[in-house]
Design a protein around this ligand. Structure first.
Ligand SMILES: C[S@@+](CC[C@H](N)C(=O)[O-])C[C@H]1O[C@@H](n2cnc3c(N)ncnc32)[C@H](O)[C@@H]1O
Length: 311
């Protein structure tokens, strides 16, 4: 079922001006939006690539792709939308036969409607504690929280939630099992880690860590970026917006590696790796949202944009 949508509830595209400045969409150019969401970036790209520029859009969320389909209906014939994880990007590109590709955008993380939705499982009040982008996937957050052993659960909360209270939270969770829903989990965390004047809910980081684990977000990103070089062609721009420091590190390492001519340790005087650079960085320093954008859209505050072009 598609959640009812009015234009006010669409996700606000992050760093839109910056994305367009880098991608420079022009008449008849083709693009890939690997994380379509509500299609905010896609819409702006399609408006700039009239009359025949095409866009391939992917989203792992089966409800999300239907929302985007509704919103982008007016571009029928110019859009090809697929409910695919971006780890199948090469297959999607080949099936769509959209070539050449001027740019690929990854705007990682989660859409506002997913976060606010009563049944996706991402909100503190949700009944399901599901958190799967793709409802065909097997494991939910509820299963993880009720079955992981102490060591695995605390390292998941520490690594993906970057929460210094991971051990304390894990002890409280294990003592209170079975956890029945998100509200229950939130209460347990709030009792274990009092707010003490903090603005954010103490459960925020645990929820984030569960979402990242349920959807294999880091593994998918690492795999997809490393496989890009097998099928992108000269001139294609790659833009990635990350919202988590681990995610951003994966992007940074990928771009550093592929923009280097040699990967040998500095102690080796004559190159033995024969690696050649395949991309040029577009922005040497990471791009962050302006104060003005953060004021209008606080959810964008952790966004970090990196971009490169295939040479
Ligand atoms: C921040 S939102 C994108 C918002 C979009 N740029 C817009 O303007 O509306 C991220 C989207 O990526 C999707 N997503 C996250 N990981 C994905 C993956 N591995 N494959 C495909 N889609 C993914 C989520 O379901 C979500 O809809």
């Amino acid at each position: 079922m598609v959640a009812s949508i009015d234009s006010l509830s669409y996700h606000k595209p992050a760093l839109l001006k910056e994305v367009l400045t880098i991608l420079e969409p022009r008449s008849n150019n083709n693009f890939v939006d690997a994380t379509l969401g509500d299609g905010g970036h896609a819409l702006a790209i399609l408006d700039s690539t009239l009359p025949n520029g095409r866009l391939l859009g992917l989203d792992a969320d089966d409800q999300g792709i239907l929302r985007a389909f509704e919103r982008l209906k007016k571009y029928e014939g110019r859009v090809c939308l697929k409910n695919y994880n971006f780890n199948k990007l090469e297959q999607a590109v080949s099936e769509s036969q959209i070539t050449p590709i001027s740019g690929i955008l990854f705007d990682l993380g989660i859409s506002s409607w997913q976060l606010d939705s009563a049944d996706k499982g991402f909100s503190f009040k949700d009944q399901s504690l599901d958190m799967r982008f793709d409802s065909k996937q097997f494991t939910t957050a509820l299963q993880l929280i009720n079955t992981l052993e102490y060591k695995d659960l605390s390292s998941l909360i520490y690594k993906y939630g970057e929460d210094p209270n991971a051990n304390r939270i894990t002890r409280a969770i294990i003592k209170s099992r079975p956890i029945v829903n998100a509200e229950h989990l939130t209460e347990i965390i709030q009792k274990a880690v009092p707010r003490r004047g903090r603005k954010t809910n103490p459960a925020t980081r645990t929820f984030q860590s569960l979402r990242i684990a349920v959807n294999n977000e880091m593994e998918n990103l690492e795999y997809t970026l490393s496989s890009l070089m097998d099928f992108v062609t000269k001139g294609t721009k790659i833009v990635v917006i990350a919202y988590h420091s681990l995610e951003d590190r994966i992007v940074k390492n990928f771009m550093r590696k592929e923009s280097s001519d040699c990967l040998c340790p500095t102690s080796i005087l004559v190159c033995q790796c024969n690696h050649t650079k395949k991309i040029e960085l577009i922005n040497k320093k990471v791009i962050k949202p302006s104060a003005e954008e953060m004021l209008g859209n606080p959810r964008v505050r952790s966004a970090r944009l990196r971009a490169c072009v295939v040479i």
